[in-house]
Design a binder for this molecule. Structure first.
Ligand SMILES: [Cu+2]
Length: 80
């Protein structure tokens, strides 16, 4: 029983940690965009698309997909 509570607690904790991850990634993307990065128009369009999709996924509670999508934008922007 104790073990079950621990498992439940750690699951809850990791999903909370994930939920905070997306806004952090969005912030990094916004900060990078504010610095007028040297991107092609196509790259810029992709970054904005992934940024918007990531936010939608985050709001829908799909944090894993959100982080993955935001990750694509971060890769284009060269954010680690
Ligand atoms: Cu999220």
């Amino acid at each position: 029983m104790k073990r079950l509570i621990l498992v439940a607690a750690s699951l809850l904790f990791s999903s909370v940690a994930l939920a905070f991850h997306c806004p952090q990634d969005m912030k990094k993307i916004d900060e990078a965009l504010a610095k007028n990065p040297k991107l092609t128009d196509a790259q810029m369009a992709d970054v904005k698309k992934y940024r918007a999709e990531g936010e939608e996924l985050h709001k829908a509670g799909k944090h894993n997909e959100s982080i993955e999508t935001l990750g694509k934008a971060m890769k284009i922007l060269n954010i680690q």
